[in-house]
Design a protein. Structure first.
Lengths: 164, 441
């Protein structure tokens, strides 16, 4: 992995994992499921958020590295995992647009970048959902994908925060 | 964002169609259609195609104490409005009044929502129109300071909501009768400093928005807002208008009607035998100007606003003035706060009907519930401000287009979108409704 961390001043990097979603909209909770699987993760704080963009920007304040996990609905097979390194590349708005408010994760990331408030490393995982109906059940494909993403994030956090 | 809009212009020398299939920078999913034939505006439609959400049906059979938490889910931008209107209705049905510091805390929570909702709309959703940007992100690239201030304002509003409500988006500390837990005085104190900062940014926002260029357009609206003696309208009052309407909230259904139109999944409201009306910041400002705090009133005067303001494009300045007021009011409420003896008023359900109406950031939000003796909800009706403003939005679109027939299509399309955004429409709220027509053969 290309690793720019720890930060140039040699301090330990604050790492954060943020699971985003609505707990009452079936697969929309995929990000929250990943956050729950990572509870107690060593080396990073794990947070859950509903996705309100300005609160999201606040939620990664002070972090040098952040992993964002959200459900997406792009038409791919349910359970498909999308990974984007948004550290210096624009996040595709079409993919990360599950908010009906037209002001979602992609806007939060790009707005933060524009005002200099995006962590130096920003990795975004999108888990393709199947059902976004009212309910609290994850589709089996999504549940499996959430476990994979949790594992991937665990490894990335370890690689990034490991002392040289 | 404009780049993504599908704009369809099938124009002949005599006909022009301006159509936006996917309105950006509004809450929810909607479209717009304007047809001009032979220099005359033939058809104007605000097409709300976000699917209906059936909240009123969900409520039937649920307990009266559940309404604040269920209805809060209608909107992630103004959940407090839903909680406050449903609590007011349930408390009326149960025959209790929630006053004193319990009510003051509700008003304080509402100030947080006004600040966060207005900050989002003024800077992120509406300002790009005035400065010629397609999105808040593009605006942010050139105006880092302005956007940083917007984020700071929004954050302070969110923090006030989290402090009182337990979390930022769908507060969990509000209940019928009051609160689950009330804050200690010392918990509110640190918020005061934050609110002073919010007030300062809001004052700058008034000065900044007052200097924007506004399309020259005015309409002689019937303006509807709450009216409570001595207070700028937020959490209670009679329903009044600038044309003599003056009723109790319980008389709402005698004066207002809702109807379904084919092109919208949100019901259209109107005043019986009078037609369209406008609710929201412009109406509150016109009817409540004399009850703004001195600082907010001064900032309005400095911005050239008077109670007679009827240009809907200047609602961006009015929202900014309301942010000054909300910060000022929140500071006053914190300064005067005394810890109440109990976090809530005891109440028992009884069979009957309860009515509640409060001022959501976008305008009056009406709730009516019928309960049985055990407090089970038998029937529910919710009328959000965007439903109420739909007709007026369409009339504004017509008026704006009629005055701008010489404007090229692309520019006209942008102007039409800006006209819709004057109302900060919340389509997700407007499509909460019940009616579903099923045709069977």
């Amino acid at each position: 992995m290309r690793d720019a961390l720890p930060d140039p001043r040699g301090r330990a990097v604050v790492a954060r994992v943020i699971g985003i979603g609505n707990a009452w909209r079936d697969d929309d909770a995929a990000g929250l499921a990943v956050a729950r699987l990572l509870e107690g993760l060593e080396g990073a704080e794990v947070l859950e958020r509903e996705g309100e963009p300005t609160s999201l920007i606040d939620s990664w304040e002070g972090a040098g590295a952040v992993w964002l996990v959200d459900a997406v609905s792009s038409g791919a097979e349910p359970g498909t995992v999308h990974r984007h390194d948004a550290s210096d590349q624009e996040l595709p708005a079409q993919l990360f647009r599950t908010s009906t408010h037209h002001f979602g994760l992609a806007e939060a990331v790009e707005l933060a970048r524009a005002v200099g408030r995006l962590p130096r490393r920003t990795i975004v995982f999108g888990i393709e959902g199947k059902s976004f109906d009212t309910g609290e059940t994850l589709s089996p494909e999504v549940e499996e994908a959430a476990a994979h993403v949790a594992e991937a994030v665990r490894e990335e956090v370890a690689a990034c925060t490991r002392r040289p | 964002m404009r780049g993504r809009m599908a704009q369809d212009r099938t124009n002949t020398p005599r006909t022009r169609t301006i159509k936006t299939d996917y309105l950006a920078r509004v809450e929810g999913e909607g479209a717009m259609l304007v047809k001009i034939a032979g220099g005359v505006v033939e058809e104007v439609k605000l097409d709300i195609y976000e699917p209906p959400r059936f909240f009123e049906a969900f409520l039937r059979g649920r307990g009266f104490t559940e309404a604040p938490d269920i209805t809060a889910r209608i909107c992630g931008i103004c959940p407090v409005a839903y909680q406050m209107s449903s609590c007011a209705a349930m408390e009326q049905a149960c025959g209790v009044e929630v006053g004193g510091q319990l009510r003051a805390l509700r008003r304080l929570l509402y100030c947080g929502e006004w600040i966060e909702s207005h900050a989002l709309h003024v800077y992120m959703l509406h300002l790009p129109d005035f400065l010629g940007y397609e999105s808040a992100i593009e605006l942010a690239r050139d105006n880092v300071d302005a956007v940083a201030k917007a984020l700071e304002l929004k954050k302070i509003g969110n923090e006030l909501m989290a402090l009182l409500g337990g979390r930022e988006i769908h507060p969990i500390n509000v209940r019928v009768g009051g609160w689950y837990r009330v804050p200690r005085k010392r918990e509110l104190r640190p918020m005061r400093e934050q609110l002073e900062r919010a007030r300062e940014i809001a004052l700058e926002t008034v000065r900044f928005t007052a200097g924007l260029d506004f399309p020259d357009y005015e309409q002689d609206y019937e303006l509807v807002a709450l009216d409570e003696p001595g207070e700028y309208p937020i959490d209670q009052g009679r329903i009044v208008s600038n044309r003599g309407l003056d009723i109790e909230v319980s008389e709402y259904d005698d004066h207002f009607v809702e109807e379904h139109v084919a092109w919208s999944n949100a019901l259209h409201s109107s005043l019986r035998e009078r037609g369209s009306y406008l609710c929201g910041p412009l109406a509150r400002f016109a009817l409540g100007f004399d009850r703004l705090s001195p600082l907010a009133a001064d900032s309005a005067r400095e911005a050239g606003l008077e109670a007679g303001e009827r240009n809907p494009f200047r609602s961006i300045v009015v929202r900014s003035v309301e942010m000054v007021y909300a910060a000022d009011e929140a500071i006053r409420l914190i300064d005067e706060y005394e810890e109440p003896d109990a976090p809530a008023v005891e109440l028992e359900p009884r069979a009957g009907v309860g009515y509640g109406c409060t001022e959501a950031p976008r305008g009056i939000l009406y709730h009516r519930y019928e309960l049985d003796a055990e407090g089970t909800i038998l029937d529910a009706k919710i009328v959000p401000p965007t439903s109420q403003n739909q007709r007026t939005i369409e009339e504004d679109l017509r008026g704006v287009v009629e005055r701008s027939l010489d404007v090229p299509d692309e520019e006209l399309s942008i102007l039409c979108e800006q006209t819709i955004r004057n109302y900060d429409p919340c389509i997700s709220c407007a499509t909460h409704f019940l009616t579903l027509e099923v045709e069977r053969s």
